[in-house]
Design a protein around this ligand. Structure first.
Ligand SMILES: [Zn+2]
Length: 313
């Protein structure tokens, strides 16, 4: 039996079930609430509980919350877990806006903090991180991003916990992330190159897969980046080519997201929520010729395999 750290404690990977591999419970700008007070926390917790219960009713039993370390609010997530019973795995690591604290210190120091989140727990919450988040965006591998990627790689090798990334797919930065991980001795089969589903360039996606990584088809609902029909057609094509075993599905959605006004988000990307994959995407994949077995592989088996590969090396 393999066990993964979740918010409610150790979880048998056999019990993960239908898993959304890249979501967020909340995404807030670090430091803003603590200094300006901009939200009603209890109201947002109640709202998050309702949204999580909704997706559980659709058969989803695990959410992977890839909020980077500097932006987490673990007590908020703990209350959502207590009130819903959802299995939630949270991350350590940093985003591509690498905080100045980390910019001026070594990759090994950052790696030590990530390892502490995984082995001892996140500050005084008692919650241990179960996945390592890192990111590179359109600007590519800047010196600070490179340091964060190397820190993630070293924390991964020290703990065996998988890496899951943010990318800017149009600039093919996933391949550059793989280069850094390879230099650090990482087995690319233990890495998910995230936001790959923002691209319908089969050649790019195949190059990522050919090096052994999983690809995150994980921004369903963000139609302004790539419309749903193109995201679905790309997955169907890769399934035909025999790559179902390398894809995981998700939305990158949140219950609370402070980067934009909530009403504007609802209006601009109305499908960007946890229910869109069970309600719309899975039926659309069936229509596009993806088999039940391939859907099960992408939603249940692949997440389990990602978390079952364990051990430091
Ligand atoms: Zn995300």
């Amino acid at each position: 039996m393999a066990v993964v750290n979740s918010v409610s404690g150790p979880l048998d990977t056999a019990d993960l079930g239908f898993t959304l591999m890249h979501e967020h419970i909340l995404v807030q700008s670090p430091g803003v609430e603590a200094n300006f007070h901009v939200w009603d926390r209890q109201q947002e917790i109640d709202s998050a509980v309702a949204k999580v219960k909704d997706v559980m009713a659709r058969g989803v039993s695990t959410l992977v919350d890839l909020t980077p370390g500097e932006a987490r609010d673990i007590p908020f997530v703990q209350e959502v877990v207590r009130r819903t019973g959802m299995q939630i795995i949270v991350a350590t690591g940093v985003y591509f806006y690498v905080p100045p604290y980390f910019q001026s210190r070594s990759a090994d120091h950052a790696a030590e903090l990530f390892v502490r989140d995984i082995q001892e727990g996140i500050v005084d919450t008692g919650v241990k991180a179960g996945v390592i988040k890192c990111a590179a965006d359109e600007a590519g591998i800047t010196p600070h991003v490179e340091k964060a990627l190397r820190a993630a790689a070293r924390a991964h090798r020290a703990t065996g916990v998988p890496i899951s990334t943010h990318t800017h797919a149009a600039s093919e930065v996933g391949l550059k992330q793989q280069d850094i991980f390879e230099q650090e001795g990482v087995d690319l089969g233990r890495v998910i190159i995230g936001h790959s589903g923002d691209s319908d360039d089969i050649d790019y996606l195949r190059r990522l897969i050919d090096r052994g990584s999983y690809i995150g088809m994980d921004r369903f609902g963000l139609d302004m980046i790539l419309p749903t029909d193109k995201r679905v057609a790309t997955i169907a094509r890769l399934c035909q080519m025999g790559h179902a075993e390398k894809m995981v599905l998700s939305h990158d959605a949140s219950c609370y997201f402070d980067w934009f006004d909530a009403a504007l988000v609802r209006q601009t990307v109305p499908n960007w929520h946890y229910n869109f994959i069970p309600d719309h995407v899975i039926p659309a994949l069936r229509q596009a010729g993806v088999s039940e077995e391939q859907i099960h592989t992408m939603t249940v088996d692949n997440p389990r395999r990602v978390f079952e590969r364990q051990g430091a090396y």
